[in-house]
Design a protein around this ligand. Structure first.
Ligand SMILES: *[C@@H]1O[C@H](CO)[C@@H](O)[C@H](O)[C@H]1NC(C)=O
Ligand SMILES: *[C@@H]1O[C@H](CO)[C@@H](O)[C@H](O)[C@H]1NC(C)=O
Ligand SMILES: [Cu+2]
Length: 652
């Protein structure tokens, strides 16, 4: 018993990152609200009894939402986590759906929200971590109720601090040269997969349950964050009979998300952002889960691997024509050359390939196997070795990011030899693609400070790559050995620098992607039912380029005019509000299981400026470089501050 106790306390000290915080003592705190029912006063959220609650007024009549409650902690603390316990029991009246949490030092000036979003509808305690912030007052605002009624109820609220003995008045923020984490956004599901749509919305999904997975369930919970209205909504998709847990994901030339396999391993589903609707498409020839897919130069979509679901082995390539909704097996696109030497055999050896559509409708496979390969779609298809990734071992659940498609340059980062119970590496390599079929040049670059598997990597408009989350000892559904410090890789120096820490481990089933406003969305992790590593939230990272040295916001250029649809080889004219130095295009992302084959960056240098900030840009001529689909065009001023994106569709 004593030994167990000792092990537990060592684990609590070492395994749980300090940043998760300690519950503050609520003794002496006071609380007010803009509405309450006698007998259900606001103080009830602090009394430690799950059976008592604050409830908004309903006699003699309801008082309309929004309802808010303000807690005065009586002194300033550094706070970093907020928990809400819904009322317990059968009666669900007043349980909160959409909400916001704000902080204040004086009870009068309220900062931007530290939490926004929507809670899952169940009895569990909702727990949201955010960036450490000094505050004496904390305000929860309920915007909607789970069933749309005009009531709010709360059983308990707790507030957490990384160190309760430190006064908020002594808080020193990290320098903005390390970037800054903004609001945490609660989702009513674990966002295991994500698509950055062409209409300012972020689509996420989990599985047949918001917080758990199963097999063959034929339905999927999705949740969409509208970045303009800031509303996070939820939808249960049943019409396609497709549980889209652990699928292949690709954005097609029309900006639609093509989702293949997973728990329902034969299915294809298509999401159209214009109609916000899902349609079922033809089944794949080979059933798959944990495969990867990628869009090709001609708009078709190639997929390979995926023995996690639909039977083991033999998961050779096949190709999807989005125009006539047909899958064609490519018997020459053998999967075997891309196997890792996983301890769990083929079940894991053909998972999560790092695929890149390239010139001549080829696909370059950069990993996770140590061997790299070229896949050709001609005839029955074929595969040809491209050499090894230098001395990098098999790197399952690592990342590969094409940060400069003009030069064919890919950064590979981390991963572990085996899918589970395996030490990840901190390796990074630059892979330079030439023509299809060539042996590829690989150069090791400086290693990361932290070894990572299950992390995500995101290329920024300036060509730097943000690596976020992961763990050094890779084990699915654990948050042990988390990498809490993101690292930013600079192609000019070939090395990484530490960014501001994340506020929640982001390990297995986490996601990250670039948003059109130049920030990064990073979140998710878990999806294991009653486990304690479900993370039903995301957080927004603001890279250093969004700040001046003094911490205030940088002044950003604006693209005021440009084309909406282009083709490879076009010369285009783009107009900005101020003189800018350079441009870049980054393709919209889909991401799941650390794989994002959609993102890639094309640096663009204006060939001439014709006055009035009109710039001529030459788009590369090969559609293997400029894959069809939706892209974000950024203008950058001299010191690297990017505009928000101008949306461009590249057609075939
Ligand atoms: C986004 O893509 C859809 C699907 O192709 C298209 O119908 C819609 O017009 C696009 N929206 C924008 C804003 O380009
Ligand atoms: C896709 O199918 C359409 C209709 O059958 C056909 O015209 C087109 O050539 C096909 N695309 C490719 C790239 O093969
Ligand atoms: Cu999974």
């Amino acid at each position: 018993m004593r030994t167990l106790h000792l092990i537990l306390s060592i684990c609590l000290a070492l395994c749980l990152p300090e940043v998760l915080g300690h519950a503050l003592s609520r003794d002496g705190w006071t609380v007010t609200a803009n509405s309450w029912e006698p007998g259900n006063e606001p103080e009830k959220v602090l009394d430690g009894h799950h059976s008592t609650m604050w409830h908004s007024r309903y006699k003699p009549q309801d008082e309309p939402l929004p309802h808010h409650i303000i807690i005065d902690m009586k002194k300033s603390y550094v706070v970093n986590r907020f928990s809400y316990l819904p009322r317990q029991g059968i009666n669900r009246n007043g349980c909160i759906s959409q909400h916001q949490v704000h902080l204040s030092q004086d009870g009068e000036t309220w900062n931007e929200p530290v939490i926004i979003g929507t809670y899952m509808d169940d009895h569990s305690e909702k727990d949201t971590a955010f960036s450490a912030t000094p505050a004496r007052y904390i305000r929860l605002t309920a915007l909607t109720e789970i069933n749309g009624n005009p009531w709010t109820s709360v059983a308990e609220i707790n507030v957490y601090s990384p160190d309760p003995d430190v006064s908020g008045d002594d808080f020193k923020p990290l320098p903005v040269s390390r970037g800054k984490w903004g609001p945490t956004i609660d989702f009513p599901i674990v966002p295991v997969a994500l698509a950055v749509l062409n209409n300012s919305k972020i689509l996420t999904w989990s599985a047949f349950r918001p917080d758990n997975f199963g097999m063959f369930a034929g339905k999927t919970y999705t949740s969409t964050w509208d970045t303009k209205s800031e509303v996070v909504s939820q939808c249960l998709v049943k019409n396609t009979h497709h549980d889209m847990f652990c699928p292949g994901t690709s954005l097609d030339e029309f900006g639609r998300a093509i989702i293949t396999g997973g728990s329902n391993s034969e299915k294809t589903s298509i999401y159209n952002p214009a109609t916000d609707s899902w349609t079922g498409a033809s089944n794949m020839q080979i059933h798959r889960g944990y495969q990867t897919s990628t869009t090709l130069a001609d708009g078709r979509i190639f997929t390979i691997g995926g023995s996690w679901s639909g039977g083991r082995g033999g998961k050779d390539g096949e190709i999807y024509n989005v125009t006539d909704d047909s899958w064609t097996e490519l018997s020459g696109c053998k999967v075997k050359p891309m196997f890792t030497d996983d301890g769990a055999g083929v079940y894991r050896a053909d998972n999560h390939a790092w695929l890149f559509g390239w010139k001549g409708n080829t696909v370059f496979q950069a990993g996770p196997s140590k061997a790299m390969n070229w896949y050709s779609m001609d005839g029955e298809g074929s595969v040809q070795g491209a050499g090894n990734r230098a001395d990098d071992p098999d790197s399952m659940n690592g990342n590969a990011v094409m940060y400069d498609a003009v030069k064919g340059k890919i950064l590979s980062i981390g991963g572990a030899p085996h899918y589970s119970e395996s030490d990840a590496t901190n390796h990074a390599h630059v892979i330079a693609l030439g023509d299809p079929g060539d042996i590829v040049k690989v150069t090791p670059v400086d290693s990361m400070a932290h070894a990572r598997g299950f992390h995500n990597s995101v290329v920024l408009p300036d060509g730097k790559v943000l690596v976020v989350g992961g763990q050094s000892y890779a084990v699915p559904f654990t948050d042990d050995t988390p990498a809490m410090i993101p690292e930013l890789w600079d192609p000019a120096t070939g090395s990484f620098s530490p960014m501001s820490p994340i506020n929640q481990p982001r390990t297995y089933h986490s996601v990250a992607a670039l948003l059109p406003d130049g920030t990064v969305i990073s979140g998710g992790g878990g999806l294991c039912g009653n486990c304690d590593v479900n993370h039903m939230d995301v957080q927004i990272f603001r890279p250093p380029y969004l700040f001046k040295d003094d911490g205030s916001l940088a002044v950003r250029p604006t693209i005021t005019d440009g084309p909406e649809m282009i083709q490879a080889g076009d010369s285009i004219t783009v107009v900005t509000d101020v003189a800018v130095e350079s441009f870049s295009m980054i393709r919209h992302s889909t991401v799941t299981h650390s794989a994002n084959t959609d993102q890639r960056r094309i640096p663009l240098t204006p060939s001439k400026s014709t006055g009035n900030n009109r710039f001529a840009l030459d788009i590369p001529g090969d559609s293997g470089i400029v894959l069809p689909g939706y892209w974000m065009l950024f203008a950058l001023i001299g010191n690297g501050v990017p505009s928000e994106a101008w949306t461009i569709r590249v057609r075939t």
